[in-house]
Ligand binder design. Structure first.
Ligand code: BG6
Length: 509
């Protein structure tokens, strides 16, 4: 059976897709994200044969390093974090194109050195003037780097046969105003088609599968509305704390870190109408329509919850609380748990609450979208207390146990009169597909190098995310501090209250 690639433009159906000659310039090479995700993903792409011989990786940082020192860093990160096995030949080929530029992000002279390096690569490695600038740096430094890319001329290829692109990690701003200001700067330096804003959730196979399941089948869509759906619960739970990321996390918190981007994208994919096509413009247009229809309940205090993990035990191991983490002020108001009810004011979804929650140090690592259906209008069974039957649920299991679960009621064998009980039907990726799924970053970096934009939010989506979140963040900032919650549990008591007032409970994922 041929593959139909829903998320790729029509003229790009070839498999495998191999990037053309190019160089990736990575800013922020010493950060966790670069070492754990970006460098290993580049290696994995090379190992899968999806990078061309004319490929180069340039690291930029303030370090007294030669090319080989940076290559050693990449090597270590690949050895530790790559998905595919280490292959000496792949590594040798990749290493031949590795360069390092030592410099301060704000120093124009460093960008002159970078210019010489990429020119040298164009001449020796055949990267042909195609350069992607990957900003894996603290968000406060985005403008500095963008302005220097502009003044140094690095942002412009000077001819139409080669390209320049910029990849921007989140968070894109910390509220609507700052996101708009940043957009203005980005727009000044790069044309819209050259800007790739990363939301790595969109690179996950299981997230892309939401649209495939909804629009490649006929049996789900008729039920996908307020006539049949009672509520939707989107959960992204992590068992880890903030680790060594205090500098990034303090002042950002769970809502900005995760809800503004990943969870609102999941909401949009779950709630959007069928796009005219799977082109970037059509998919983004439908997502934007949904995000534009999202309303925050008037009583924000009653319908949201936030918390901070307290010291305690997790998996039998003692853990410290958020306020004791190194680099976190003892009175930090930053939340590590956030939950909210959002309404989608469209004909399809009127009256169906979308509950979003995320937190660190929760019971286990799990991300899922649960579509919870209304109960059957009438249950003609006498031998079972009907309240024991729960609602039908369809769960997109985003991670770690990737798949889909459907829960429904079924007859208990050998019972008369009939007794029914909840059962589940599972689709597991591993059972149906032989290959393991690529990491989100592999997919996204390859798309950047190919110039394929459907999986990258455009700035309208980012701004709509802030429009939804800003009133909640404003409310929280003027209403006390986050509630403490037990590490290893499922969040603060206010998260149970906020859903209980609607007469519902959180699903235990
Ligand atoms: C990132 C957040 O975007 O997603 C992190 O900044 C979080 O705080 C991470 O830990 C989780 O990603 P994943 O792919 O493990 O769900």
């Amino acid at each position: 059976m041929p593959y139909v690639n829903l998320l790729r433009s029509e003229d790009d159906q070839r498999l495998p897709r191999i990037a053309g000659p190019c160089a990736v310039v990575l800013f922020g090479v010493t950060g966790d994200l670069s070492r754990k995700k970006v460098m290993p993903a580049i290696y994995d792409l090379a190992n899968r044969g999806l990078l061309p011989p004319g490929f180069a990786l340039v690291g930029f940082a303030r370090r007294d390093w030669e090319n080989q020192d940076f290559a050693a860093e990449v090597h270590d990160s690949v050895r530790e974090h790559a998905r595919t096995p280490f292959n000496e030949d792949t590594w040798k080929q990749l290493a031949a194109g590795i360069r390092f530029v030592d410099g301060d992000l704000a120093d124009p002279a460093a960008y002159d050195r970078l210019t010489s390096v990429v020119k040298e690569l164009d001449a020796t490695m055949g990267t042909e003037g195609n350069h992607a600038f990957y900003l894996s740096i603290p968000p406060g430094l985005f403008p500095t780097v963008l302005e220097n890319l502009q003044t140094s001329g690095l942002a412009y290829s000077g001819n139409e046969n080669s390209w320049r692109r910029v990849v921007i990690e989140k968070p894109f701003g910390h509220d609507l105003r700052s996101a708009q200001e940043l957009n203005t700067i980005v727009d000044r330096v790069f044309p819209p088609g050259s800007v790739f804003r990363i939301d790595h959730y969109l690179g996950k196979e299981t997230v892309q599968n939401i649209l495939a399941v909804r629009f490649a089948n006929s049996m789900f869509e008729p039920l996908w509305n307020s006539n049949y759906v009672d509520n939707v619960q989107i959960t992204m739970a992590e068992d880890i704390g903030i680790g060594g990321r205090a500098g990034y996390y303090d002042g950002i918190g769970a809502a900005r870190d995760v809800i503004q981007n990943h969870l609102l994208q999941l909401l949009a994919l779950t709630a959007m109408e069928e796009p005219l096509s799977f082109s970037a413009d059509d998919v983004r247009a439908e997502k934007e329509k949904v995000l534009r229809a999202v309303r925050v309940p008037l009583d924000i205090g009653a319908h949201t919850s936030r918390g901070q993990y307290a010291a305690g035990w997790q998996g039998g191991i003692p853990v410290i609380g958020f306020l004791e983490e190194t680099g976190i002020p003892a009175d930090s108001p930053t939340e590590t748990f956030a939950a909210m009810r959002l309404n989608v004011e469209t004909r399809r979804w009127a009256g169906v609450p979308f509950y979003l929650r995320t937190g660190k140090r929760l019971g286990r690592r799990v991300t899922e979208v649960a579509v919870i259906f209304k109960r059957a209008p009438h249950l003609p069974f006498t031998a079972v207390p009907t309240e024991e039957l729960s609602n039908n649920v369809l769960v997109f299991r985003i991670q770690p146990d990737e798949g889909i679960t459907v829960r429904f009621s079924s007859k208990v064998p050998d019972t008369s009169p009939i007794q029914v009980r909840d059962v589940t039907m599972d689709f597991q990726y591993g059972d149906s597909f032989v290959d393991t799924s690529p990491e989100a970053y592999e997919r996204l970096i390859l798309d950047v190098l190919l110039g394929d934009p459907p999986l990258f939010p455009r700035h309208e989506e980012v701004e709509l995310g802030w429009k939804i979140l800003d009133p909640i963040l404003d409310f929280w900032s003027s209403h006390g501090v986050p509630e403490q919650y037990a590490s290893g549990g499922w969040g603060p008591s206010s998260s149970y209250d906020m859903i209980a007032i609607d007469g519902r409970t959180w699903r235990r994922p």
